[in-house]
Design a protein around this ligand. Structure first.
Ligand SMILES: Nc1nc2c(c(=O)[nH]1)N[C@H]1C(S)=C(S)[C@@H](COP(=O)(O)OP(=O)(O)OC[C@H]3O[C@@H](n4cnc5c(=O)[nH]c(N)nc54)[C@H](O)[C@@H]3O)O[C@H]1N2
Ligand SMILES: Nc1nc2c(c(=O)[nH]1)N[C@H]1C(S)=C(S)[C@@H](COP(=O)(O)OP(=O)(O)OC[C@H]3O[C@@H](n4cnc5c(=O)[nH]c(N)nc54)[C@H](O)[C@@H]3O)O[C@H]1N2
Ligand code: SF4
Ligand SMILES: [Mo]
Length: 682
């Protein structure tokens, strides 16, 4: 095949690259402007890796044995049918992922509701995006991570990043921040914080108080954008009733950030002609994540930033299709086009597109963490199919998740590597990788991108769409209801999304092939797309954005005598997510081959630990063994671990599964721990 222009398989930046066979070269595309990170550069190597899966496997006497595709699909369909016959439609569950293309996410939701008739489907975006999504919907009436193009950031005077470390998580993104005055809010002095003129380091889980303190300083300094508040928002007074008592000195006592720095941040933001406030997982992955994001949005609204060209609020989505993955119906409560499953009009519309009776569509099911918790339990699902997530490593309370998987009657995993979750499956289905199939993704700025097929897959693998088609047919669905061709699926998705919030109906593969920059909504075939949303009105019926009254409550678990430190978790540059892919790539894995715990040298020494020692990081829920890495810049009462590693190196053995009441997002970013040597002395 000739060289093909496509996009990186990993994060939401979706850097442009070209592929010549499996050889990657960077491409000049607006989000990356010719840059790639190490993961992007090395992404071709898994395509030709001997470690990839190329044959379906079935567990026989405890071991996975190769079988034919027909045998595997017949077996899966039979088991699913038997399970549902004995235990009802909801006894089969599906777990999807934000890395799946729009077409896969769409067909997976349709497969669950139509071919299986189960309500039990959700996906890993609950661990990632749901707090920001919930807060965005509350404030603006619609959720598009960044409602403006990434390249707009270049013209900002000031950008405040809360809980984002793009220097490691989206390196080419940082070029858009060059020349802007950067404020970084992160408990750690990250490579991103190094780029900032002002680094605010709150105690983890105290963002809400910090945002209230800065907002208070804005108002106190006379910088409230009163005309914007009057003309474009509602709810200020109710919000201010709480924020009025969060003067910076009070917020300082909770956050550890000085009142002077809060006032400085307020002054910088207020003085800027153009400014942005951006959030990511650091502020979102909390049991108060929705409220935390709400507080940052309140600050943005008080300054009059959202819905104005050159300014705004945005959330940096995470996975390759973090945005599209939450729009097309793989969520427990959702139908395509970002429609609600319990909305009668939405059900009618989508059922019409699917050619089924609206009454036959199940209602909303369990959210991700609750779904995993219910597996194998009374009234819980007895069979599970996983597409695009490695829950044994990445889900909260991961050992319990592993136990739950073993309590299932039947586990199917579709993957191209033997992830830790796939290794536990009864049937493993080897699927094609990104470069071996067509598909669309929606990047962090809501732009729909075409990822093209650049090489022929090895014999023995099939696409996820093929798998769903094969199973649907075996489950008695009409031949054409589950197409295998991505463009055909997209044509159906367009119609299903028509009239919804995320309206893709004017997007076509031809427009994407021609290189058009289409940001949703794109409601007509000749519509130019919507790079900047909310310029005239927000998406609430009255066109106004909402201030949300939010109060600081703090982390779900605080340190005490037994667990005197706080732990936070996140990412390093070389690894992606659960590491299922990047741990197989030598150039990446050799740099960070195992889990480490970043700790202040004084804290380590007090625990009897030296650089390079193995340490036990223990919480009320479990413990992780990690290699000590000294970090002089870290707060003495804070430790940091990446979550990219399996087995006893899993950070999610100790993290706190406390959930946000609105988004059901777990509190990955803060819990109380102790640190000790492996032999227990400390
Ligand atoms: N290299 C790499 N890049 C990735 C990924 C990957 O796995 N590896 N994954 C992709 C995905 S899915 C996602 S979601 C994004 C995530 O991208 P980011 O959100 O940038 O990454 P994280 O490391 O999860 O968290 C960011 C920062 O939050 C800080 N933090 C912890 N607690 C708090 C707090 O209470 N308040 C504040 N303000 N900050 C806090 C941490 O110290 C950390 O530096 O990255 C994407 N890109
Ligand atoms: N402690 C802690 N835990 C966290 C986080 C944290 O910051 N701290 N972050 C959370 C976040 S933001 C996220 S997004 C999750 C991510 O965690 P996971 O959901 O586990 O994500 P991945 O590791 O990317 O797993 C994706 C799996 O699907 C496979 N895969 C990739 N593409 C496809 C495809 O197209 N089809 C199929 N069938 N398979 C595919 C990959 O090979 C891999 O095995 O982790 C969450 N867990
Ligand atoms: S920043 Fe993200 S999209 Fe770009 S090369 Fe790295 S992993 Fe790929
Ligand atoms: Mo994520």
């Amino acid at each position: 095949m000739p060289q093909v222009d496509t996009h990186c398989p990993y994060c939401a930046l979706q850097c442009g690259m070209s592929l010549d066979g499996a050889r990657v070269t960077p491409r000049d595309f607006p989000v990356n402007a010719g840059g790639l990170c190490q993961k992007g550069w090395t992404s071709g190597s898994l395509l030709t890796s001997p470690k990839r899966l190329t044959t379906p496997m079935l567990r026989v006497n405890g071991a996975l044995e190769p079988v034919s595709w027909d045998f595997a699909l017949d077996h899966v369909a039979r088991k699913l049918r038997e399970t549902q016959k004995s235990h009802g439609p909801d006894s089969v569950a599906i777990f999807g992922g934000g890395g799946l293309t729009n077409e896969k996410a769409y067909l997976l939701g349709k497969f669950a509701r139509v071919a299986l008739g189960t309500s039990q489907i959700d996906y890993n975006g609950r661990f990632c995006m749901s707090s920001a999504a919930a807060a965005g919907i509350k404030a603006f009436g619609a959720d598009r991570g960044m409602p403006f193009p990434v390249t707009d950031l270049k013209n900002a005077d000031v950008v405040l990043l809360a809980g984002a470390n793009p220097a490691e998580t989206m390196p080419p993104f940082t070029q858009h921040l060059r020349g802007t005055d950067l404020i970084v809010v992160d408990p750690r002095r990250t490579p991103t914080a190094e780029l900032a003129s002002l680094h605010l380091a709150p105690a983890p889980g105290t963002d809400l108080a910090l945002a209230l303190g800065i907002l208070h300083a804005v108002v106190e300094g006379g910088h409230l954008n009163q005309s914007y508040v009057d003309d474009r928002t509602s709810g200020f007074a109710e919000m201010w009733r709480i924020a009025a008592s969060w003067w910076p000195e009070r917020a300082e006592r909770v956050t550890g950030v000085s009142a002077a720095d809060m006032r400085l941040a307020a002054e910088k933001l207020a003085a800027a002609r153009n400014a942005y406030i951006l959030t990511a997982r650091g502020t979102e992955q909390h049991a108060t994540g929705t409220a935390n994001v709400g507080a940052w949005i309140n600050l943005a609204l008080s300054l009059g930033l959202p819905g104005r060209t050159g300014s705004g609020y945005g959330c940096l989505t995470g996975q390759g299709n973090g945005q599209g993955g939450r729009e097309h119906g793989q969520k427990a409560d959702q139908l395509p086009g970002y429609r609600k499953l319990d909305d009668p009009a939405a059900r009618e519309h989508v059922a019409g597109v699917w050619g089924v009776d609206a009454d036959s569509l199940p209602g909303p099911g369990r959210s991700a963490t609750e779904l995993l918790e219910a597996l194998g339990q009374e009234n819980g699902p007895k069979a599970l199919m996983v597409f695009g997530s490695n829950v044994v490593v990445s889900a909260p309370r991961s050992q319990r998740v592993q136990d739950r998987l073993s309590e299932l009657d039947f586990l199917v995993v579709a993957d191209f590597v033997l992830s830790e979750t796939a290794a536990l499956a009864d049937v493993v289905l080897p699927v094609t990788q990104w470069a071996e199939e067509d598909g669309t993704l929606t990047n962090l700025e809501g732009r729909i991108l075409l990822r093209r097929k650049a090489l022929t897959p090895p014999p023995g693998v099939r696409s996820d769409l093929d798998v769903l088609h094969g199973l649907a047919n075996r489950l008695g669905q009409p031949e054409n209801r589950f197409p295998t061709d991505a463009e055909t699926v997209f044509e159906e998705l367009r119609i299903a999304s028509k009239g919804g919030i995320a309206d893709y109906s004017g997007v076509s593969y031809d427009r994407l092939r021609a290189g058009e920059a289409l940001h949703w909504p794109v409601p007509e075939n000749d519509h130019p797309g919507t790079p900047r949303m909310f310029l005239d009105a927000f998406a609430h019926p009255d066109g106004r954005a909402r201030f949300v009254p939010v109060e600081h409550t703090g982390p779900a678990e605080l340190p005490d005598d037994e667990f005197p430190l706080q732990a936070t978790t996140g990412r390093v540059l070389q690894h992606y997510q659960s590491g299922a892919q990047t741990r197989l790539i030598g150039e990446l894995n050799d740099v960070v081959p195992e889990v480490f715990v970043e700790v202040h040298p004084d804290t380590a020494k007090r625990a009897g630990l030296e650089e390079g020692d193995r340490a036990v990081v223990r919480s009320r829920r479990g413990e992780t063994v990690a290699k000590v890495r000294f970090a002089q810049s870290l707060k003495p009462d804070l430790v940091f671990l990446p979550f990219h590693f399996p087995g006893e190196q899993r950070a999610n053995l100790f993290t706190n599964p406390a959930l946000d009441p609105v988004s059901r997002m777990p509190e990955f970013k803060v819990c109380a721990v102790s640190l000790s040597t492996v032999d227990g002395a400390a």
